[in-house]
Design a protein around this ligand. Structure first.
Ligand code: OGA
Ligand code: NI
Length: 364
């Protein structure tokens, strides 16, 4: 069957309606598509238009194409640390941190808890935790967090989203019961990520001559979500994306991945693979950091590609303001309109990320 032609003729036709009828009302999960052995080809809804498909990378090994690594060890000279942060934020909007103070076993435990949920529980049990697929970013197990409209091309990804802060949003009874330490690990990880995010936001603030609590104060009450993403092996990685190109909406994302590469960051118009570094944590600047720094630091545009051999797992922890918070540039003249975070989130979910289009709309 020539699925490619189906796509080029217009929007993909719904040949694969059987995939949409798994359990009525339940989300359509990529993992169940990937497991159907009839699948030597992906359903047309997952086929990216040619301009978005991953291509071979030209400069895979060039050293200026490696995301920077910053050592956060406690006795390091603060001026040096701020200089390294400043350079990484200007050049990339993303960097790895090592000696970050988060215990390495905890990083392994949350990855193991996640892969146990996706790989050891039967689908019928996983579906007990299904998110509400009609409301964006609802807590639980799903696949379509970023999808703006019914015609949007779908990401080759399933996820479990956890609401962590403020504590009034936290309800561990909605999270997986197994493995038995799942909930404990997620809560411990959440606290550690919060502390690290605050430390890094402090360094980012002082690297710009602002007081160390400047961004944290502007963020106000912290909204933290933890999303464990699972990218099943994909029969046609050259046609699909695990996660479409986007920048994260909030202030700062802390991400760990397993040892299967797939995350790419955009640097000077090229896609660069972020090599997995075991026990390093990837810091990704979000759009609110770009706004508050008046564009001195840019949010990092990124995406995930798929591969045909191995599933891939990542854990992303997002740090966002309340929807009632307005974020305003800290420097004049303002290059961005101040934005009510709730409006920003709504436009992101209705229009889709499409790279950085929502942020570009705020440029003065
Ligand atoms: C995200 C994200 C990348 C990854 O969840 O926003 O960019 O590697 N994830 O899973
Ligand atoms: Ni992201």
């Amino acid at each position: 069957m020539h699925r490619r032609n189906l796509f080029i003729a217009g929007k993909p036709t719904s040949l694969f309606t059987d995939f949409q009828m798994e359990v009525s009302g339940a989300p359509i999960l990529v993992q169940s598509i990937a497991q159907k052995d009839v699948q030597s080809a992906v359903p047309p809804q997952y086929i990216q238009p040619p301009e978005n498909r991953p291509t071979k990378l030209a400069n895979e090994n060039a050293t200026d194409h490696k995301i920077p690594t910053i050592d956060l060890c406690k006795d390091k000279d603060l001026n040096l640390l701020r200089e390294e942060i400043e350079k990484a934020c200007i050049d990339w909007g993303a960097f790895h941190v090592i000696n970050h103070g988060v215990p390495n076993p905890l990083l392994d435990e949350i990855r193991n808890a996640g892969s146990s949920f996706f790989e050891d529980l039967p689908m019928s049990e996983r579906l007990l935790y299904a998110c509400d697929s009609n409301s964006p970013a609802s807590e639980g197990y799903g696949s379509r967090m970023l999808v703006a409209s019914d015609d949007a091309v779908l990401d080759w990804r399933d996820y479990f989203d956890h609401h962590m802060f403020p504590l009034s949003r936290r309800n561990p009874s909605r999270w997986p019961h197994s493995p038995s330490n799942y909930r404990e690990v997620v809560e411990e990880y959440s606290d550690q990520m919060k502390l690290l995010a605050q430390r890094i936001l402090g360094l980012i603030s002082t690297s710009l001559g602002l007081s160390s609590s400047f961004i944290d104060d502007a963020m106000g009450e912290l909204y933290q979500n933890i999303t464990i993403s699972y990218y099943p092996a994909c029969p046609q990685p050259e046609l699909t994306l695990g996660l479409q190109s986007h920048s994260d909406m909030g202030f700062i994302t802390l991400l760990i991945q397993d040892n299967v590469a797939g995350l790419q960051a955009s640097k000077d118009g090229e896609w660069v693979t972020v090599d997995p570094v075991s026990h390093a944590i990837l810091v990704i600047l979000g759009d609110q950091t770009e706004i508050i720094t008046n564009g001195i630091y840019k949010s990092c545009q990124h995406r995930a590609i798929t591969n045909s051999n191995k599933p891939r797992l990542s854990v992303a922890t997002f740090h966002d303001p309340a929807k009632t918070t307005t974020v305003t540039p800290a420097f004049k003249p303002h290059k961005y309109h101040p934005v009510l975070y709730g409006d920003y989130v709504s436009s992101w979910y209705t229009k889709g990320p499409n790279g950085k289009r929502n942020l570009d709309a705020l440029l003065i």
